[in-house]
Design a protein around this ligand. Structure first.
Ligand SMILES: Nc1ncnc2c1ncn2[C@@H]1O[C@H](COP(=O)(O)OP(=O)(O)OP(=O)(O)O)[C@@H](O)[C@H]1O
Length: 225
């Protein structure tokens, strides 16, 4: 699914990730680490938002440097703040936007948008204005907008940081129900229970790669917590 070989990444002339050799095939992969340790940079390598300064990053066999467009199609990316993701003022309109960009025949767009709204607990929200929704509802709209495009992998970068407990549960339940493989960055360690594999970053390096319990123990040790 994901293959990084000899990957290093520089941002603004500074090395922020190095020594990454990884093969990821699990369905649920968590990413943790201190602020600035390189988590967001790492996940941005997975859909070609950032390109390795050294080495190669492949997703489903696609080299993200050679074909960033194909990488972006294969890998959906949910940001922490849905307002950075949602383009149109109307909910249904926003979901339709991505499908129009994919040149889907017009008659197929509305049914797919409706089905996605139902699937993500947003039935009846199609005609609502995004700015009138709660933060949790907006994050669900952003998620539905990605999933309606049927990515092969979903990357989530701190998707619940701005949400209360109830909305965190709603978003996580929607992610779980989607049944698409997930790579998720989070500071909320409890969300990683049941994940298959957790990567711990520290100062731009992968310092632990293990099942959740061992990885989170290692992270707590590193953090002195
Ligand atoms: N747009 C940017 N331009 C230059 N350097 C950046 C940029 N974004 C992040 N960095 C640097 O890259 C390093 C890793 O940042 P990154 O955002 O990947 O960390 P993170 O682990 O996701 O942090 P956080 O938990 O705070 O989100 C940091 O030193 C940061 O200052």
């Amino acid at each position: 699914m994901i293959e990084l070989s000899g990957v290093a990444l520089d941002r603004a002339g500074r090395r922020v990730l190095s020594g990454l050799d990884l093969r990821l095939t699990e369905r649920r992969i968590g990413v943790v680490g201190a602020n600035g340790s390189g988590k967001s940079s790492f996940v941005r390598l997975l859909n070609g938002l950032l390109k390795p300064s050294e080495g190669t990053a492949r997703v489903f066999g696609i080299d993200t440097t050679a074909d960033p467009k194909a990488a972006r199609r294969a890998v959906g990316f949910l940001f922490q703040n849905p307002d950075h993701q949602i383009v149109y003022p109307g909910v249904a309109e926003d979901l339709a936007f991505g499908l129009k960009n994919r040149d889907l025949p017009k008659r197929e767009i509305a049914p797919r948008v409706d089905a996605a709204l139902v699937r993500f607990g947003l039935a009846g929200f199609g005609e609502r204005l995004v700015h009138e929704l709660s933060g949790g509802e907006r994050q669900l709209v952003a998620l539905a907008g990605i999933m309606v495009l049927e990515p092969r992998l979903l990357v989530l970068d701190e998707p619940t940081t701005l949400l209360d407990l109830r909305n965190t549960r709603r978003v996580m339940a929607a992610v779980e129900a989607a049944d698409t493989p997930v790579v998720m960055v989070t500071h909320d360690l409890a969300l990683l229970e049941g994940f298959d594999r957790v990567l711990v970053f520290e100062a731009g390096r992968l310092v632990c790669d293990a099942p959740p319990r061992d990885a989170l123990d290692a992270y707590r040790r590193i953090a002195g917590a």
